[in-house]
Design a protein around this ligand. Structure first.
Ligand code: 5GP
Length: 130
């Protein structure tokens, strides 16, 4: 059965899309730690990120780098932090999180509750810097 992220990529489940190319897809995390929290996923359905080929793992990071630079322009921050956890959704993904301080990356922090309009505006803002 397709993962929830494959169904998002296929357009079967809605998302706030930030960008895509032939191999990768970026969209907003629905439970963001901060505004701009974005997920980067390969279109290829692979659970564990370190099971990607060397070439695809490198390409995923090059794609994530472009998204991170756009996030930083849309949401000025100290840095965009990167995290890979992957215990919840069995489809490799990189979290990109604009941070002002280390604790902004704590996944135990309460998640933001944003309106549909806020999510849409965030995705558009990041996309406008790509
Ligand atoms: P992880 O697998 O890295 O522990 O967590 C999965 C992440 O995917 C979580 O931050 C969660 O909020 C996000 N997520 C899970 N399901 C969906 C979904 O259907 N849409 C979106 N946009 N994000 C999701």
């Amino acid at each position: 059965m397709a993962t929830i992220f494959s169904r998002i990529i296929a357009g079967e489940i809605p998302c706030y899309k930030v960008a895509e190319d032939d191999k990768f897809f970026a969209f907003l995390d629905i439970n963001p730690l901060v505004k701009g929290h974005t997920l980067v996923v390969p279109k290829q359905e692979v659970d564990y990120i370190f099971n990607l080929s060397d070439e695809d793992l490198a390409a995923m990071h090059v794609f994530a780098k472009k998204i991170a630079k756009a996030i930083q322009k849309a949401f000025p921050c100290q840095k965009v932090g990167e995290a890979v956890i992957g215990l919840e959704v069995p489809h490799a993904h990189i979290h990109l999180i604009p941070i002002q301080k280390e604790s902004d990356m704590l996944f135990s922090n309460p998640k933001l509750r944003l309106s549909d309009e806020e999510f849409s505006d965030i995705a558009k803002a990041i996309n406008s810097f790509l």
